[in-house]
Design a protein around this ligand. Sequence first.
Ligand code: WTA
Length: 631
Amino acid sequence: MLKINSLEQYQSEYKRSVENPELFWEGIAESFEWKKKWDKVLDWNFDEPNVKWFDGGQLNITENCLDRHLDSIGDKVAFHWVPNDVSEKGRKISYRELHAEVCKFSNVLTRNGIKKGDRVCLYMPMVPELVIAVLACARVGAIHSVVFAGFSAQSLSDRINDCNCNLVITADGAFRGAKTIDLKSIVDESLLTCTSVKKVIVLERTKTEASMLAGRDVWWHDEMLNTSPNHQAETMNSEDSLFILYTSGSTGKPKGVVHSTAGYMIYAEYSFRNVFQYQADDIFWCTADIGWITGHSYIIYGPLLAGATSIMFEGVPTYPDAGRFWDIVDKYQVNLFYTAPTAIRALQAKGLEYIKPYKLDTLKVLGTVGEPINEEAWHWYNDEIGKGKCPIVDTWWQTETGGILISPLAGITPLKPTYATLPLPGIQPCLVDSEGNEILGNDVSGNLCVKYPWPSMIRTTYGDHERCRQVYFSTYKGKYFTGDGCKRDEDGYYRITGRVDDVINVSGHRIGTAEVEDAINTTDKVIESAVVGFPHPIKGQGIFAFVISSSSDNENYIEEIRAQVTKVIGPIAKPDRILLVDGLPKTRSGKIMRRILRKIASGEFSKMGDTSTLLDPAVVEHICDVYSQEK
Ligand code: WTA
């Protein structure tokens, strides 16, 4: 177990990790529980790509998360679960209890026909049973695919069909703020087009009326009755797939990012321990939803592997009011707090009166993730929440990277507001120019790549390895391309400037412009659409849609488009602004010039650049006119 304690040690470990990566990672892998040690630390090429870490090794990740802790910290709290509603009682679950529940549910999965390698889809609220279900999948060797419970029935069925899930685990409903969402009816609708699903296990949470299809649907509590809490974990190979998580790219449907077992495990623990400088009695709280990678790595796997106590919160930051986070921090004496810039900005906008009643004096480290943090939000977080004494770790990473790659180590790396600062030891980032040449030296900008494998990197995109190669490994030969633009300043510090592809980062969630366009185009009377991101004060980026339609009822029509996107993708992809226009700026070859639309969407009419290659330059003026009239 490597725990870096000083800047000097960071520097020497970094150097060691570059000089001999295999030795470096082998040392870290030694501290885990293996059923059989590996034959080879690393085998790789970025051309196919083919990356194997700790090949020949055998293990089960849940034995590392749970079983190995039982003798030493079995009675320690693994999760304090905080329900959405303040009047409902919370739950605390020890490592021993979590282990027993996971074993029981593993037996339930087996009884319901789930075998090693099967895909299981989880569409659930933020309740402990979600963690139990995820870990039970891992324990029996099934590949979990968690789908964020804010996605629509259609998005859910796309994800179920893409990987042919055999089983869906869901709940009757979910509480989110003042709303109750009927998850089961969404699942029912999605399964109308999914033939692979044989069974649905339904957790009772909201007591909403749920229709149960005989022979297919069973209740969680019925299944758990009289089920043994003993279970022998399946033996998995290091490179066996642990999970699939769908994420948006610049083209086509979301892709299933596949992570492997051993490499992911090692990196989740190593990064958690070092970035947050976790100490044995710390209370950690990551506010993400488990439907995203942040929840996978820093609510479930990282903290459990480290034997930590975490908070799991069912609700939203503004319910019942904008003091909810701080209420929980005080009540549970949270030490390490990890959230998204969008939440910080939303709470900042509500005013200081929501912070005043709280002490926040247990906080030691603050973290952010998901999008670039602006200077103003950084200072507010630092001054008002951290009271100027908590280092802020601005952690840069992606669904594909599995864990945090560039980040300060709390209290060790000197900070600069809005900078993700330096790579963790073992990570070799580089910047490249448009020709693919590596840009050396400091005070430079380029596209961010990683030139050497790390254990928790993406292995493939489910069912379509060629897509993985194309998207991540073909733009710059021999390098993993992140899709992000980046600056490296005079001190060698990294600052991520945002996506350079057609992906919009809305409240820290990745949404492909093509996906939103496809959804809009399914609205009646839409002829064509183009979607771009624009700066949004709370969400970071908002979604701006330019739509050509044959409808004459503009006012209701805009709502119709919004409703259609919600239906096809989910509320997170609903455009913030829709402009009905007569034409779109296209080149002579028919390609939409998004650069121009991005300028218009951000209201920058003066710096439109060269428009001479457009088929019809007058269209730009027309769109600007419509924009100005609507404003
Ligand atoms: C962005 C989330 C700036 C980035 C873990 C990346 C960030 C995308 C940061 C991945 C950060 C994430 N600073 N930008 N600290 N963290 N991003 O897959 O554009 O949901 O490519 O993973 O979020 O989003 P994803």
